[in-house]
Design a protein around this ligand. Structure first.
Ligand SMILES: C[C@@H]1N[C@@H](C#Cc2ccccc2)[C@H](O)[C@@H]1O
Length: 441
């Protein structure tokens, strides 16, 4: 066991109200918006298939060229209320916005660099507009902040010389000042989502990552910080050198989920962030240059995540004119229609402790009432949902969440084995069954 100064600051899940709200939210909207939306994955007539927000590096574009995009940024059709209403209908309870991505362009009028929204034709504070619009829809807002900054002259990938060290300490002061500014100027912010912390320069400055976490929590008590910010005394990330998670939730699941049987994750708070295309976070002009996930696939990811006690953060990449592309609007509508009927199995729900993984779908359980839900994606040909129950528990009643008066016959066929006989009908959407249980002991 190593003695650490910059390791995990506490063990176990936070139980305060702010963290309980973060946890109960379960479903969030990620938004990646910046100068990269303007070229949208294309440069000088060439289409680049790598992530559109990485176009500057994929196309080897120098800062002098890339940074001049700021004089073109003018989302004349941007209406934050439209975005917030779409998000509300989709059923998200929180939203995480890129205040600054790797390109270094800031969506708020920061005093620490001119490379910000105030020096564009648009001029107005996009972060404030989004915070106000989403909060007025009852949606919490978190700030994504990239520590990696391609624009800032003092950013370093590694610290090899005295000059590197002097420059990078200037950069760390700059970044800490920006974060202080964000925490102070937008008091309703509920969390900070750090990215771009994988380079040696940060791994060698774990002290700074703890200092930033502590600063944010002193300015905004209750604020939630992801594990991705943190590096310990030895450069270990997310989990310190003694294997303890740093930050308030594990944020390593990017475009992937834990396996449905990976019950390790249920012991901590965690979040998976997900793109709809294979790997596009910022807007790409060509939607179909890669596989794009269907609404039903995304709903299953949300349910699988909830069943393992995690949050699901689904990404949108707005267009340079400030509108949401039609493909994303349609997916948001489909998910919203499903959430309108089934959100009881998601909000304030989590892992159903002890209930074994089933092949027809997932169990979720309300964290307050203990109410048990079966979310069904795969109906057996037999029409019989075979449920393996928890030791000493049986199912006394089963009813559809959407249509409680439609009977589902329940039959205990052996110890810990119960059959649910579904009505002979077709189902076009995943559905939720409420399971009433009784203790046999
Ligand atoms: C949340 C996501 N993290 C960012 C990244 C990355 C990345 C960087 C290097 C190698 C592979 C992935 C993406 O641009 C997006 O912001």
């Amino acid at each position: 066991k190593k003695l650490l100064k910059y390791g995990a600051q506490y063990e176990g899940k936070r139980t305060d109200a702010a963290m309980q709200k973060w946890r109960s939210n379960r479903f969030g909207q990620f938004i990646h918006w910046g100068l990269y939306a303007i070229p949208g994955g294309e440069w000088k007539g060439k289409t680049y298939t790598y992530a559109a927000e990485f176009l500057k590096s994929s196309a080897h574009i120098p800062n002098s060229t890339w940074d001049s995009l700021q004089y073109q940024f003018n989302p004349v059709k941007f209406d934050p209320k439209t975005w917030a209403k779409m998000a509300k209908k989709m059923g998200v309870k929180y939203m995480t916005i890129t205040t600054k991505h790797h390109e270094g362009f800031c969506l708020w009028p920061t005093q620490y660099t001119k490379f910000n929204i105030g020096n564009t034709p648009y001029k107005k504070d996009i972060i404030k507009a989004l915070v106000d619009a989403y909060n007025s829809e009852g949606i919490d807002v978190n700030f994504y902040y990239s520590v990696l900054d391609w624009h800032h002259p003092d950013w370093r990938y590694d610290i090899k010389t005295k000059e590197d060290s002097i420059a990078f300490s200037r950069y760390l002061t700059f970044a800490q000042n920006q974060l202080k500014e964000l925490a102070e100027n937008y008091p309703s912010v509920k969390g900070f989502w750090f990215d771009g912390t994988w380079d040696q320069s940060i791994k060698k400055n774990g002290w700074w990552t703890l200092q930033v976490e502590q600063m944010l929590k002193s300015i905004r008590p209750g604020v939630v910080v992801n594990s991705r910010l943190r590096a310990d005394d030895y450069g270990a990330r997310h989990f310190d050198s003694n294997g303890k998670m740093m930050g308030d939730y594990e944020s390593g699941y990017e475009r992937r989920l834990p396996s449905p049987t990976d019950t390790q994750v249920i012991h901590r708070d965690w979040e998976a962030c997900m793109t709809i295309p294979e790997n596009q976070w910022g807007y790409h002009k060509k939607w179909d240059i890669s596989y794009t996930k269907t609404p039903l696939e995304l709903i299953e990811m949300l349910v699988q995540t909830t069943s393992l006690g995690g949050n699901f953060l689904l990404n949108f990449g707005p267009k340079p004119d400030g509108t949401i592309r039609i493909e994303e609007q349609q997916i948001a509508e489909h998910i919203g229609n499903w959430m309108k009927i089934n959100s009881a199995a998601i909000y304030n729900a989590g892992h159903a402790k002890g209930w074994p993984r089933q092949d027809w779908g997932y169990f979720t359980q309300n964290e307050t009432t203990g109410k048990l839900y079966a979310v069904v994606f795969n109906i057996p040909i037999s029409g019989i949902l075979k449920i393996q129950t928890l030791e000493g528990i049986t199912i006394s009643k089963a009813s559809f969440l959407e249509k409680p008066d439609v009977p589902i016959t329940v039959k205990e066929i052996a110890k810990k084995q119960v059959n649910l006989y579904l009505p002979q009908q077709s189902f076009s959407e995943p559905f939720v069954i409420i399971l009433d249980t009784i203790n046999e002991n």
